[in-house]
Design a protein around this ligand. Structure first.
Ligand code: TYM
Length: 330
């Protein structure tokens, strides 16, 4: 079992990232061999500011460590420092099909009505993601629900490559999507995903938000006028209520039903302060560690550099085998 996952270093680490993915990464590093990386090459798929990218790559590394990723246990690095990712992507571009990529919902969402004007990087992004995973022959990829389609594509690419070139090079990676909050929704709209790119800061809780900001965002979060039900079925058609219950469950490490057992019959006037208090307690130590860690960017760079060296060594045999399978002389 080899675990790998990544996060784009654009914007802040938010509660959706944490509850949907990072919390599982932290747990898995005690159980298996893990690689985690900052997907900085992926940031080129959208307009970006170079100086900001440099800074947020370091900050995202600090945030992951603050959230519990231990560079002593896991290999932590930024993708740009391991050129094998970009190389394998090119090798897989011959296998990936235009039709497959055109069906990716993230591409459709992000390119919107202006598909002609979207970058090649935005279109080819899922092939780079497949390369990220296949390069290390990862078997399990802990992610939130929104990445499922990209991982299915990685499996399709792996299977077609193995088949076309008669090799058994790439194991088919399993998406690992688990917990009560695999899809955390916006605090302002229970039908939209909580995301780094939402222009409304009130839609998400950033892992760097101060206690009073968290309390205020939860107080203002969209909810409804009904009391919480005693059974999960009673949350049907109540997207915002359902989201807040799931957030509580994931943050408290309990099942959503256990949240209802505790709060059934109570309205949001009572539930929201309890949720805010839980989140404040849960996030405060992470934020405090983050603020201390991010001061020392030289130390972070050093950690990322040594992680990249380890990752490059792990990647080399697979990359070499992919070149060989394709008949490329090197
Ligand atoms: P990214 O940076 O958008 O998100 C990082 C992780 O957080 C999860 N996530 C969420 N989970 C629950 N609710 C939400 N609202 C929410 N928002 C984000 C994501 O599912 C993800 O697990 N393409 C990836 C990065 C990537 C990658 C990879 C992941 C690049 N290469 C290889 C796995 C394997 C991305 O943009 O994640």
């Amino acid at each position: 079992m080899r675990v790998l996952s990544g996060i784009q270093p654009t914007g802040n680490l938010h509660l959706g990232n944490y509850l949907g993915a990072i919390k599982n990464w932290v747990r898995m590093q005690d159980e298996c061999e893990c690689l985690f990386f900052l997907a900085d090459l992926h940031a080129l798929s959208m307009p970006h500011n170079p100086a900001q990218l440099t800074q947020s790559t370091r900050e995202m590394a600090a945030a992951l460590i603050a959230a519990g990723i231990d560079p002593g246990k896991s290999t932590l690095f930024n993708q740009a420092r391991v050129p094998a990712h970009a190389e394998l992507q090119w090798l897989l571009n011959g296998t990936a099909r235009m039709g497959w990529l055109g069906r990716m919902t993230q591409f459709k969402d992000k390119s919107g009505k202006n598909r002609e004007g979207a970058s090649i990087a935005l279109f080819a992004y899922p092939v780079l993601q497949a390369a990220d995973v296949l390069l290390y022959r990862a078997t399990h990829v802990p992610v939130g629900e929104d990445q499922k389609q990209h991982l299915e594509l990685a499996r399709d690419i792996a299977a077609k490559f193995n088949n076309d070139y008669g090799v058994d090079l790439f194991p088919l990676p399993e998406p690992y999507i688990t917990g009560a909050a695999t899809r955390v929704m916006s605090l302002r709209d229970g039908n939209a995903k909580m995301s780094k790119s939402d222009p409304s800061d009130g839609s998400r809780i950033n892992m760097t938000d101060a206690d009073d900001v968290i309390v205020q965002k939860i107080r203002k979060a969209k909810s409804d006028a009904d009391a919480l039900p005693s059974e999960l079925a009673g949350l049907g058609g109540r997207a915002e209520a359902h989201n807040l219950v799931n957030i509580y469950a994931a943050a408290a490490d309990i099942e959503p039903q256990a949240v209802l057992d505790q709060f059934a019959g109570q309205g949001f006037g009572a539930f929201k302060p309890a949720l805010a208090e839980l989140l404040v307690e849960r996030l405060r130590p992470i934020r405090d560690r983050f603020i201390a860690l991010k001061q020392d960017s030289a130390a972070i760079d050093q950690l990322l550099r040594s992680g990249a060296e380890k990752a490059a060594n792990m990647a080399k045999p697979t990359l070499d085998a992919a070149y060989r399978a394709l008949g490329l002389l090197r």
